[in-house]
Design a protein around this ligand. Structure first.
Ligand SMILES: Cc1cc2nc3c(=O)[nH]c(=O)nc-3n(C[C@H](O)[C@H](O)[C@H](O)COP(=O)(O)OP(=O)(O)OC[C@H]3O[C@@H](n4cnc5c(N)ncnc54)[C@H](O)[C@@H]3O)c2cc1C
Length: 412
C-alpha cells in the first residue's frame, strides 16, 4: 500500500464505549498508524459522565498469544499495568481448595515468550484508568456523559450514530467507520442485531465484598481461587486490595435468579442466610467472610454469555463490534478483559496493515471469532467442573492429583 494513501486517512471514526476494548483499540491505532498518513479524527463516546469505581479485580493472562498482557505489552503499557498487580509478580496463584481449604491444585502459568509473568491480578478500575489516560493522551476526543442509542446507514454510505446527553437531549454524529465497544449489554447490538442478545449460561452467583480492616484471612490474602464442595456448590474468592475480598458462591440452576436488588436490610440478611446454608460444608474462614460482607456490595447475578459473530452481513459494512459487545463470556471464564484487549489490538493492527476496510475486518474476524468461541467453550467446562457432584468429583480429584504431580515434575 502506498504510504500516502490509507483508506481511513482523514476520515472520522466513532468508538462507542470508552471501556477496555474501546480504549485499547484507540491506543493501538495511534501506535500502529504510519506517521506519513493523515490521522483519522477519532471520537470516543462514553455513557458514564465520570470514572466509575469497579470494586472487583480481574486476571490478566500472559501465557499465550491471546493473553491481555501480550496486548498491553504491544501497547507499551505493560510496565504500568504490572506496577498495579495486587499480589506482586512473584506471589499470587490461582488455587482450588477442598471444603477444609486443603489445596487440591495450584496453577502458575508459564509466561509466553519473554513476558515477565504468565498471569496477574489487577483492580478493574486501575486497568481502565491506564487505558483511558492513554486514549486521552493521544488526543482522541473523549466525550463523557453521551449515551449512544442506535445507528443507521446514510445514503452516502456513512454511519449516523444517535446520541443522548445526560439531560436527555437527543442528537446525532456521523462517521465513516463505527467501532462498537459498549459492553455486554450493548445498546447498539440490540438496535442493529435485535436477535443476538445475552443468554443464560446455567449458573447463579450470590456474593459481595467483605471488609477486613486488620487484614484478609489466610489463605486468600495471597492467592485467589475457588472452594470446591463436590456437592454442586462452589465459592470463588479474590482480594481487591489489602482490606477487601470479593466472594461469590454459585450453583447450577435451570433458571436465572429474578432478584434484582439485595441491598435492603431484609434482603441482605436473607442473602447471607442463603449463602451460609448453601455453603454449610465449607469451614472457616468461609462464615467469617460472608458475615463481613458490606451490605451495599451484596449481589445476585446469573452467568450470562453471547457467542461471537463475524461481520459478513452486508448491513454491518463499516461497523465492527469488539469486546463484550461482540462476544460476552460469563465471569466463570475470567477472560473477557483479555479478549477485549486483544480485540482492540487486532482490529487496529489489521486496519493499519490491510489494503481495505473489508479485508481488515475479515482478518480481524478470523482472529477474534476463534479466540472468543474457544473462551466460551472453556467457560462451559469451568462451570461444569466447579459445580461437579460427588461422582464426577472423585474423577476430578483423581485428575487434579495427576495434574499436581505433573506440575511438581515440571517444577511449577
Ligand atoms: C465480577 C467480574 C469479574 C471479572 N473477572 C474477569 C477476569 O478475571 N478476567 C477477565 O479477563 N475479565 C473479567 N471480567 C470481564 C471483563 O470485565 C469484561 O469482559 C470487560 O470489561 C469487557 O470490556 P469491554 O470494553 O468490551 O466492555 P466494558 O468494559 O463493559 O466497557 C463498555 C463501555 O461502554 C460504555 N457504554 C455502555 N453502553 C454505552 C452506550 N450506549 N453509549 C456509550 N457508552 C456506553 C460503558 O460505560 C463502558 O465504559 C470480569 C467481569 C466481572 C463483572
Amino acid at each position: 500500500m502506498a504510504a500516502s494513501n490509507h483508506f481511513l486517512e482523514g476520515k472520522k471514526i466513532i468508538v462507542v464505549g470508552g471501556g477496555i476494548a474501546g480504549c485499547a483499540f484507540v491506543a493501538a491505532l495511534h501506535k500502529l498508524w504510519n506517521p506519513n498518513w493523515r490521522l483519522p479524527e477519532i471520537v470516543i463516546l462514553e455513557r458514564n459522565p465520570r470514572d466509575v469505581r469497579h470494586n472487583y479485580s480481574i486476571s490478566l493472562h500472559g501465557d499465550s498469544v491471546n493473553g491481555g498482557l501480550v496486548a498491553l505489552r504491544q501497547l507499551g503499557l505493560l510496565g504500568e499495568t504490572l506496577s498495579h498487580s495486587i499480589f506482586g509478580l512473584r506471589s499470587g496463584q490461582f488455587k482450588m481448595w477442598d471444603v477444609n481449604w486443603k489445596e487440591l491444585m495450584s496453577t502458575q502459568p508459564q509466561p509466553w515468550g519473554d513476558l515477565p509473568t504468565g498471569s496477574m491480578r489487577i483492580q478493574r478500575s486501575d486497568l481502565e484508568r491506564i487505558l483511558v489516560r492513554e486514549a486521552e493522551r493521544i488526543n482522541a476526543a473523549f466525550h463523557r456523559g453521551v449515551e449512544c442509542t442506535g445507528a443507521e446507514r446514510l445514503a452516502n454510505g456513512r454511519i449516523r450514530v444517535a446520541v443522548e446527553d445526560e439531560a436527555g437531549v437527543k442528537d446525532h454524529q456521523d462517521c465513516d467507520f463505527l467501532v462498537v465497544a459498549d459492553g455486554a449489554q450493548s445498546r447498539l447490538r440490540a438496535a442493529l442485531r435485535p436477535h443476538d442478545g445475552l443468554k443464560y449460561a446455567g449458573a447463579v452467583q450470590i456474593g459481595g465484598r467483605a471488609e477486613f480492616p486488620h487484614g484478609i484471612p489466610e489463605p486468600i490474602e495471597e492467592n485467589w481461587g475457588v472452594l470446591l464442595s463436590g456437592k454442586g456448590v462452589c465459592c470463588y474468592f479474590s482480594a481487591v486490595d489489602k482490606d477487601t475480598v470479593v466472594w461469590a458462591l454459585s450453583q447450577q440452576r435451570a433458571e436465572p435468579d429474578t432478584r434484582t436488588s439485595v441491598a435492603t436490610p431484609d434482603r441482605f440478611a436473607a442473602l447471607k442466610e442463603e449463602a451460609l446454608r448453601l455453603g454449610s460444608m465449607f469451614s472457616e474462614p468461609f462464615c467469617t467472610i460472608v458475615e463481613s460482607t458490606i451490605p451495599s456490595s451484596a449481589f445476585v447475578t446469573a452467568a450470562m454469555e453471547k457467542e461471537p459473530f463475524r461481520h459478513d452481513d452486508p448491513s454491518l459494512e463499516r461497523i465492527v463490534f469488539i469486546g463484550d459487545a461482540n462476544h460476552a463470556v460469563s465471569a466463570f471464564a475470567g477472560n473477557g478483559a483479555n479478549l477485549a484487549l486483544k480485540d482492540g489490538w487486532d482490529l487496529a493492527e489489521n486496519i493499519c496493515h490491510q489494503s481495505s476496510l473489508h479485508n481488515a475486518v475479515a482478518a480481524y474476524d478470523r482472529l477474534g471469532f476463534a479466540r472468543a468461541a474457544e473462551a466460551i467453550k472453556s467457560s462451559h467446562q469451568k462451570i461444569d467442573f466447579a459445580h461437579c457432584t460427588s461422582v464426577k468429583d472423585s474423577l476430578l480429584r483423581a485428575g487434579l492429583a495427576t495434574g499436581r504431580w505433573f506440575m511438581r515434575m515440571r517444577g511449577m
